[in-house]
Write a protein that binds this ligand. Sequence first.
Ligand code: HT7
Ligand code: ZN
Length: 872
Amino acid sequence: GAVIRLEDYRPTDYLIDRTELDIRLDRHATRVRATLHLRANAAGRPSAPLVLDGDELRLISLAIDGRPAAPDAYEASPERLVIHAPPASPFTLTIETEIDPTANTKLMGLYRSGSAYCTQCEAEGFRRITYFLDRPDVLSVFTTRIEADRDEAPVLLGNGNPVKAGDAGGGRHYAVWHDPFPKPCYLFAIVGGRLDKVADTFTTMSGRRVDIAVYVEPGKAGDAAYALDALKRSMAWDERVFGREYDLDVFNVVAVSDFNMGAMENKGLNIFNDKYVLASPETATDTDYANIEAIIAHEYFHNWTGNRITCRDWFQLCLKEGLTVFRDQEFSADQRSRAVKRIADVRVLRSQQFAEDSGPLAHPVRPRQYREINNFYTATVYEKGAEVIRMLRTLIGEEAFRRGMDLYFDRYDGTAATIEQFLSCFAEASGRDLGHFALWYEQAGTPTVTARGHYDPAAKVYRLTLTQATPPTPGQLEKSPQVIPISLGLVGASGADIPLSPPATEGHAPGVFVLDGPSATLTFTDVPEKPVPSLLRGFSAPVRLEIDLEEEDLLVLFRHDSDPFNQWQSAQTVATRAILRAVAGDKRAADHRMADALRHFLAMRAASDPAFAAQVLALPTEADIAREIGHDVDPDAVHHARRLVKAEIGAALGDELAELYGRLTTREPYTPDAAGAGRRALRNACLDLLAAGRPAEGEAFALHQFRDADNMTDRFAALSVLSHLPGTARETALAEFAERFRDNALVLDKWFSLQAMIPETGTLERVRGLMSHPAFSMGNPNRVRSLIGSFAMGNLTQFNRPDGAGYEFLADIVIALDARNPQVAARLLTAFRTWKMLEPGRRALAEKALRRVAETPGLSPDVADISGRSLS
Ligand code: HT7
Ligand code: ZN
């Protein structure tokens, strides 16, 4: 595909004010009649030909202003419909196309999931339904008539409000939906099928009643209650925190089992991957419940950040995605523990975004060019995009941030906006120049901040020198200093914060210091004792921090820091150092001070803050350690080192872990609330660590818990512990689990995933074998992600086997899957995003496999783009 560049943006020559669609659903021959009400765009070129986008379309008929178009008036191909000389503005086009939803394996446009019909139009799927100006700056008011066989599809849903429904003769029926809010076509959706629902009402802050419902496959309505509840809480939260009220009479969520991503924010008709809707205590873990809550919220919040105000072009994707992730993170933080949520979010940021940002696929939060937009729904656009908003709030303060958001909603409602327009609202609301801050949107790569402290006891002065540097990334070799907000405190020997003088960089909230040049020295006066600096509190910026703290200093922060994030971080840093020592060959890497500190911590905090304690007990992952090493990584060495340290800690704390595990055992019935989830998380973290230190005891506990559990969180945690202990107990438990849940595809996904992540040489063969399991299908993205994706992204040693068999396996799968579903294939291929940091032997084998993919004839633009950039 050709390169699309931000600087080439120009408005369209025509606008489509209204769109009327008549869609007659049929399994193989769905007819779509689209009437487009067009006019010339004053900002475009006068009398230009009209070029509409298509993708695999078949034109049946075309009328211009109601009359059949002359054959020489237009040119139609599957990819384009060109009207050479459109009539005087305004005018109408009536376009009839025929599409085959059953043959649509790309899951973009109109397709079938199970027996239902559904759509996915973002980013460029609408052009697979009808010819259109398929770009986000063309906003149109849609009226949609859907017709279907009444038996096959008793439920017919569209965007907006229902206006009419009735019999269409011949066993068919219809429904008409009207969406009064102009929207780009990527927000269009319809659903038709035999579906059950759970329904409720929500009364908005101005007293309007909204009918809300979640639709699921027949028989599964009981598993949709949590999603519906999360939706109501999201609606109330957006009113309370952002003043945003819902704007239609109905809001529907539909769960489908075949879906390329997590969910989609279509106006008034969100469509979800069923993995993020369906939950019962027996089938969903606490993490599943938290994900459902977060994603329901995310899609709902898009109604204002994405739908009411959309993006001018796809380069502005972070305008809606980064902002909406920030909003859903805040929602979850308010519903649960803020500190634990922040830790979880930073874990995701580091494991996904930092990994992306340090390799060949690095790109700015607002990319300047792309070949395939589907490949830019990335951790950088989403998660780093959210961090940029969070920094903005830290820099201008909560009140100015809220005023800026209000201004943004007021000024840009109903428009397709840009990052510049968004930032201008905050500049105006805060009175600050955000020109330099905007570099966060332009510059790729993770800055490293280096901190060096010096205490002068005679003068009672503490000087902290901060330096920043960002490594080169593809296409950006030179980097400029960025605006980095560093929340900090100075911790005294007693553990209390020493009052800061000065309290902040001028004009900022207490404790917020801004590094905006290559380096700066902060001078604190009246510091009565040598402090331990606690930097980047709450992870105030998405950077790597290098600071020369002694082990003792880190343990002071772990014990006393008033900032829970840095408490957790200091424990992680101590553990990381121990594992790095073990990688370097130190056989007793975890020294007793660490075990003592953890013992003390558990005694103090396990009861009062179990969710937080569980985070502290979870060691950095193998991927975290590999990133820390950064080059010439030997995954086996990382694995063995981590295992060694985990076993040492598990053995040293064995008694405490066993005792705590027993104490946290409860016979209360399962509820998915944060308090119960926290206790289960800690209990399962104890089990995991105990099993590392005392495998026989751990196995016995795990097997008992596996059989005894009344909920999936505990059952699956036990199975997960067993999965790391080779032997008959593991195989028996895996078989029992498969038998118990043989009819539940989403639960079997967990089972696929767990086995794919076993760090043993037999795993590749196991994965190959599981591909023949009756529950596995290459046609279903969830199955592919849970088996193949977990192997490639979640099994460092086995994907990176020294013989290269893991790479060749993934290459084969990607090539085969590309013909069917390029988006999912391309995403799998991003497992190679860190190949350049491997040791030379594996690096060469990874490159060979990537080249084989890149040189395969007939690749999709999606896979061609990822393989090409990965090799660059
Ligand atoms: N805005 C949605 C993105 C999305 C998507 C993109 C490409 C292909 C399929 C897709 N399904 C959903 C999801 C979101 O961020 O809310
Ligand atoms: Zn989103």
